[in-house]
Write a protein that binds this ligand. Structure first.
Ligand SMILES: C[S@@+](CC[C@H](N)C(=O)[O-])C[C@H]1O[C@@H](n2cnc3c(N)ncnc32)[C@H](O)[C@@H]1O
Length: 457
């Protein structure tokens, strides 16, 4: 058929008149629940769902509703009837910054909302009622972040630091941030001082490195002033910072000062080295809790672990998406054999270093975990994929003879999708736990344990 023609009578989407834009207008809404992503959900008279950030279930609010977006969005104008779960945000910058989108909720309400988001996603995707969710509270609800990504801008010689405003590139300058651990919070003062005179913008990751001192990993678009390079060098040479790495836009290799690798406190209490620029959990104590739960659930006996039981009885363990080994250092300890798979070479190198520092046996393979063939002797797979989930790995597990799976996830939607595949392949979801790794935010970490049903392979 020649381009541009179509069979007579068949409607062409281009013929459809586009719906006229409606000006946003105020509406009184009743918030029913909190959606993944943190916004409260209300329904308009015609049942259209509206997502209103900054609200709580049960509240009556006035919001400016924009029906032109999909889904419709509401901007909170005022709370008419507040939920008893509403609290005064502990941070002055909470509204403008948006990074802590659950700070208006009590800790209990945050935990309940997280668990409900996970429960409903998993129930929907698996078609089954999930087991009761065990909630692990945050070890520290504030001051917990031992690693953070900040946004820095230099204009007319003045350098400001903070976070990106929600859904935009605008800088929300935050001279203080109460979710940062005291050990890294000083970076909010120090980085603008060091970079003074620079122009442009950068994403800057901060963490603790060797000796508990600050490490800074920056990507910069623009110019860094000569005095700023000298100040960076001096900070590291004088030992105030353990290291820094700066990647200028377009440069092939970064400038490196000292040792820019973050050094976290591992789940066994010993230092855990992370490759600069590689994934690291946001809080040491949260990561410890997570690693302990994952290792506990990976054991053959979970509900009735015997005192002094043979750890090697945990069998042959495969860990996928292993990063620098946050979980590996506990998983390898209890395994007859241990293989970890990670695609980031730097992270894999750190994972090897972390295992070797503990005299733990195990192999770390640099490979795509979503295409990794599961060796036939593997009995347990532990996976902790990025937000996109693990479609390939899930399909491989479903087709394997693996007995049990521990799935660690930071995205309830992709977790639920993958659990649905495993349940349909004959696995039973025996444990579902939320770990409060990101208190004050709508983000939640989940750990799920699945066991292959008898006779399902
Ligand atoms: C959520 S992190 C978890 C890392 C580790 N469990 C931890 O707690 O530090 C996911 C990891 O998967 C790695 N990754 C992403 N895609 C991958 C792939 N296709 N194959 C293997 N690893 C991958 C990332 O580099 C990252 O280290």
């Amino acid at each position: 058929m020649p381009q541009g023609t179509r069979p007579a009578g068949k409607p062409d989407r281009r013929d459809k008149p586009s719906r006229p834009k409606q000006a946003p207008r105020p509406e009184i809404l009743h918030i029913e629940n909190l959606a993944a992503g943190g916004a409260g959900v209300a329904r308009l008279a015609d049942r259209t769902a509206v997502f209103v950030p900054g609200t709580a279930p049960g509240e009556r609010v006035e919001a400016e509703v924009d029906r032109n977006t999909r889904p419709a969005r509401g901007r909170l104008l005022r709370v008419i009837e507040a939920s008893p779960d509403r609290v005064e945000p502990a941070c002055l910058y909470a509204d403008a910054c948006g990074g802590c989108d659950f700070m208006h909720l009590s800790q209990h309400a945050q935990e309940t909302a997280h668990a409900e988001i996970v429960r409903s996603a998993v129930a929907h995707a698996t078609g089954e009622t999930p087991p009761a969710i065990q909630v692990h509270s945050a070890p520290e609800p504030l001051g917990y972040r031992t690693r953070a990504r900040l946004y820095v801008r230099g204009e007319r010689g003045r350098v400001r630091i903070g976070y990106r405003a929600p859904g935009s590139h605008a800088l929300v300058a935050t001279p203080a941030c109460i979710v940062l651990a005291p050990s890294i919070a000083g970076a909010l003062d120090e980085i603008p001082t060091v970079l003074a005179g620079s122009s442009g913008e950068g994403d800057v990751q901060i963490a603790r490195g060797a000796g508990g001192r600050l490490v800074v990993d920056a990507t910069w678009r623009g110019e860094i002033a000569p005095a700023a390079w000298a100040a960076l060098d001096r900070r590291v040479a004088e030992g105030a910072w353990a290291g820094a790495r700066v990647r200028m836009e377009g440069a092939k290799t970064p400038a490196v000062f000292g040792d820019p690798r973050p050094v976290l406190e591992g789940a066994d209490g010993a230092p855990l080295v992370v490759a600069a620029g590689s994934f690291a959990q946001s809080s040491d104590r949260g990561a410890t809790l997570l690693a302990r739960r994952a290792a506990e659930l990976a054991r053959a006996e979970v509900d009735a672990p015997r005192e002094g039981a043979d750890e090697k009885a945990n069998g042959h363990v495969l860990e996928l998406f292993a990063g620098s080994g946050t979980l590996s250092i506990l998983l390898a300890r209890g395994a007859a054999s241990f293989v970890a798979v990670e695609s980031d070479e730097g992270a894999a190198r750190s994972a090897r270093e972390n295992l070797a520092a503990r005299d733990l046996p195990g192999k770390v393979v640099v490979a795509d975990a979503d295409a990794y063939p599961i060796p036939p002797r593997v009995e347990v797979v532990v996976l902790d994929p990025p937000r996109a989930g693990a479609e390939g790995a899930t399909a491989a597990i479903a087709a394997s003879r693996v007995h049990r799976v521990v799935y660690v996830a930071c995205d309830p939607a992709t977790l639920a999708r993958d659990l649905g595949v495993l349940v349909r392949a004959g696995f039973e979801l025996t444990h579902l736990e939320t770990v409060e790794l990101f208190p004050q935010t709508s983000h939640v970490e989940t750990v799920a344990r699945l066991v292959r049903r008898r006779g399902a392979r």
